[in-house]
Design a protein around this ligand. Structure first.
Ligand SMILES: *Cc1c(COP(=O)(O)O)cnc(C)c1O
Length: 226
């Protein structure tokens, strides 16, 4: 696994160099869904500190089992509103998947009650696939405008999961579109420094299009079952 991690860091450095970017402007989040706490610990030992989960229950267990380690946990699965309070209480470094004004409001209320702030991204759906989550462009702006009234939830950027392509470059137009949406939002006065995009098979293209966070599972931990 240490070799895999080394290899991913190398690929990040190469992609950043190609794009004329500082490799330190790209955060590697290890997608640890279906990976055991022992493996997460091993990855931490090999230099990783950011881990991402996509199911609240699994995340709760893993975070509990590893609470002794200084890890930063991310959530990037679909967040049902009935799990929003639990997610808020878990202390994620970043929630990547805000996809409705309703969810934003629930998180805001819970954060205010707890006296906490929470960093978050809006998940944007750029393909028509029914299996993908996120909001379309109109929904994105609705959430961004609503976020102006939220003092606890800090929307810091956008996230997307493009359709799966076998080629490494084919998802690139989706990454470019997420970046264009960010520019459009910034023209309206929103400050959105983060773009969470790029997975094991396409993260170089994402970095070349401006990703600041890449979410990588199989290239680190190997193939997932199921
Ligand atoms: C699992 C997952 C990833 C990582 O996918 P890999 O192809 O294993 O790198 C990235 N983003 C999300 C939202 C995921 O659920």
């Amino acid at each position: 696994m240490a070799e895999n991690i080394e290899g991913v860091f190398l690929r990040i450095r190469e992609a950043a160099a190609k794009a004329g970017r500082d490799p330190r402007s790209v955060t590697l989040v290890a997608a640890s869904k279906s990976v055991s706490p022992e493996k997460v610990k091993e990855a931490f030992g090999a230099g990783l500190s950011d881990f991402g989960e996509n199911r609240i229950q699994e995340a709760q267990k893993k975070m509990g089992a590893l609470s002794g380690l200084p890890l930063r946990w991310h959530f990037f699965g679909h967040l049902q509103t009935n799990k929003a309070n639990a997610a808020m209480d878990m202390g994620f470094e970043l929630i990547h998947s805000v996809d409705s004004v309703r969810l934003l409001n629930i998180l805001e209320t819970r954060a205010a009650k707890a006296g906490k702030n929470q960093r978050a991204l809006v998940e944007v759906k750029l393909s028509a696939e029914p299996s993908k989550h996120g909001v379309q462009e109109e929904g994105l702006f609705e959430i961004l405008y609503a976020s102006r009234g939220a003092s606890r939830i800090k929307i810091e950027g956008l996230m997307t999961v493009p359709p799966y392509f076998t080629g490494r470059q084919e998802a690139r137009p989706y990454f470019a579109r997420l970046r264009a949406l960010r520019e459009k939002a910034e023209a309206e006065g929103f400050y959105l420094p983060h773009l969470s995009m790029g997975m094991s098979h396409d993260f170089e293209a994402a970095i070349e299009e401006g990703a600041t966070i890449v979410r990588i599972g199989t290239a680190i931990f190997g193939g997932r079952e199921k």
